[in-house]
Design a protein around this ligand. Sequence first.
Ligand code: AR6
Length: 194
Amino acid sequence: MWPGWCNAAHAKAYGRIRLITGDITALKVEAIVNAANESLLGGGGVDGAIHRAAGPGLLAECRRLGGCPTGQARTTRGHALSAAWVIHTVGPIWRGGGCAEAQLLADAYRNALIEALKVGAASLAFPAISTGAYGYPKEEAARVAVHTIRDFLAEHDMPQQLVLACFSEESAQAHERALHELLPEWKSCGDAKV
Ligand code: AR6
């Protein structure tokens, strides 16, 4: 096999991914992803933070969507957020790994990326879906996230910039390890914090 095959296949992806530690609602990106629940009516964690920062207009718009099944994604406006769009997706609840959690988590990432394509978002930020209240182990979730994002970016020119917004050092380190493992060409841009 041509030894550069892997690098060539991923060349479109690695320069477009940034890893940061901080609050996703503070980011200056065109779209942010929300780790929501199937009701889309708000909750704790990143969902609560996004609804607080976006204001009541977001909940009003979410009410009209009628929910979202696990693994799917729905888009609203960003309301008071700096981001123009919020892409709500629902990750799986961790039940030990035998209930298609990895597939459903990959679906959540991929369907959020497809929504970003539909609205033409050039920059998109993801939280670490399912790794809080839903209990998905951080290392495994980071590998699913990076694998899915890498393959999507390798096949699509948009979004041009993708931010992995981690809320803790532990989460950032899990993503950094996954990036080094699955995308060896990826280089950290230092300790980016917001
Ligand atoms: N910015 C970035 N990441 C954050 C932020 C923030 N402001 N706040 C928390 N995180 P979780 P889940 C991280 O629980 O596991 C909600 O109640 C957090 O540290 O928000 O998918 C929903 O309504 C963790 O790494 O989402 C659902 O009911 C990651 O975001 C349920 O929780 C995801 O944690 C969804 O659970």
